[in-house]
Design a protein around this ligand. Structure first.
Ligand code: SF4
Length: 107
């Protein structure tokens, strides 16, 4: 059954943005022991560059020199970057140590 314009407008007003949902997560940072690291490189591979766009938590960014960097503090452990770059060796991915990492509050 199709929604009326009025129903679609009401749904749009109650829709929650991803950023708002991510705000509810909490992270226990394992200082000095990031669970994901990027292999040192001068020029990033296409897969590394893709991570700056597809990581849902925005953990990857490009430095002024063009290299891809990660700040894994907000990682949701979804595994997207592991699937994309795990085999190439562009990144090293491990789960955080027990008790560290993301703490989901709503799901
Ligand atoms: S596991 Fe997911 S959230 Fe964490 S850095 Fe990789 S893509 Fe981002």
């Amino acid at each position: 059954m199709a929604m009326t314009k009025l129903e679609m407008g009401a749904a749009a007003q109650t829709a929650v943005k991803v950023e708002e949902k991510l705000f509810y997560n909490r992270y226990l940072v394992d200082a000095g022991r990031p669970h994901i690291t990027v292999r040192p490189h001068d020029t990033p591979s296409a897969a590394l560059l893709a991570l700056t766009r597809i990581c849902p938590a925005g953990c990857y960014s490009q430095a002024d020199g063009g290299q891809v960097e990660i700040a894994s503090d907000g990682c949701m452990e979804c595994g997207t970057c592991r699937v994309l770059c795990g085999e190439s060796g562009d990144i090293e991915w491990n789960y955080p140590r027990g008790g560290f990492g993301v703490l989901y509050k709503f799901g």
